[in-house]
Design a protein around this ligand. Sequence first.
Ligand code: NAD
Length: 482
Amino acid sequence: MTALATHHNLIAGESCAALSGRTLDVLDPADGQVFATLPRSDARDIAAAVAAARAAFRGPWGRATATERGRVLSRLSALILQQQDELSALECRDTGKPIQQARADIAACARYFEYYGGAADKLHGETIPYAQGSTVLALRVPFGVTGHIIPWNYPAQIFGRSAGGALAAGNACVVKPAEDACLTPLRIAALALQAGLPAGALNIVCGLGVEAGAALAGHPGINHLSFTGSPQTGTAVTQAAAVNHVPVTLELGGKSPQILFADADLVQALPVLVNAIVQNAGQTCAAGSRVLIEKRIYADVMAALTQRFEALITGPGSQGLDCGPLISRKQLDRVSAMVDAARADGIRSVARAQLVKNAPAGGFYFPPQLLDEVPPEHTIAQSEVFGPVLAAFAFDGEDQAVDLANGTPFGLTAAVWTRDGARQLRVAQQIDAGQVFINNYGAGGGIELPFGGMKHSGHGREKAFEGLRSFTTIKTIAIQHG
Ligand code: NAD
């Protein structure tokens, strides 16, 4: 039997076990086997990390100029790209995602640090015309110590998005990655030290949400909290942060609609529609999990989608197939139960992808499925499945399309497929979503595009320059000089 790899927290630039000495097992989603351990941290480890971040903020990181901060992040970006092969293999094993997707995620993570490295010295405040004989400065300043709680679906990407923006703005960070996948954030944080980031400016504390996560959300020493995860946990962390009046950015779930009008270019649309739900096995906040199809093309589109779903192959991420396993047994049970309940209520699953022949028995595989004529009020039409399950709906006319699109508690992303230019904008403007794509779907979109939700999908924005501003506040200095 090979020895398990032991991973540690990174606090004050030191690699350390949890103070309790406890660990968590890390499972490979492809075969369900334990291949490493993580520290099971608690409030004491979080307190140490917050203290280290505060010291870095008061010390070398707080004193670094914006240009120096930018250079460190740019160097980190280059180091990530240099180690793309190793990091991609680690992300693939830890999350189960196909290797080509893991490579894209590592490249995106590097791009976040490149983008925010370049943006660091372009962020500035304003002067305000005020009373005679006075000058007023509205300085844009970092919060201080920022907390980051991130999920397991895109550990490297969301780490880059969240910590990249916060560090560029001059904050010192404490990151609590998800217990199901946190190996790439740990590795990338070690590379950040190599890139010249002072010890303590970026701390990673692994552990369970209810232990380490809750301790971070409720810690009085943090000045801002960025949370990406489920709406339920979003409520819990907001309540914990409210006790200390800590501002919170929430990036939550979605039930994103793709609206397909009869005049759409189907050759262009169909592969994008399928990818939007199959990518990362549907475990994407911005997954295109609902397809709304204009009635007169419904039967033809469903036939074409059925063909595409049945040709998809699911298997271990390392084999680079169309779809990998889900992250965990818990997630597999959850997705299976939701689909079983829908079928018990008479909803038809009209297409199912294949499982590769040699898939290990213990893996968490759920080949993609296509659900036909889903009643809009059904749970599976309203709740996030977070698996590769596409629900199809028919509509007649623009008004019904918009009502269906907006008819869930979520509002993260959407797509409108039509060749009619006026309709493109008319419909896009009526949809409640933080991002609307026309004749394309970016499942989260580029790094340069502001991203975040409306309604239960959260509030605040990350990505883009907007994401950098989110990690700052305004301090006004009014000088009466006569
Ligand atoms: P989750 O809410 O269970 O966990 C997210 C993080 O919160 C993890 O690090 C977890 O350890 C931590 N956590 C759990 N309970 C906690 C508590 N009581 N206090 C503090 N922290 C706690 O979500 P998940 O299952 O890991 O991720 C899936 C969800 O995340 C989906 O709803 C998905 O849509 C959403 N998501 C959103 C985005 C976005 O950018 N909008 C991106 C990825 C995922």
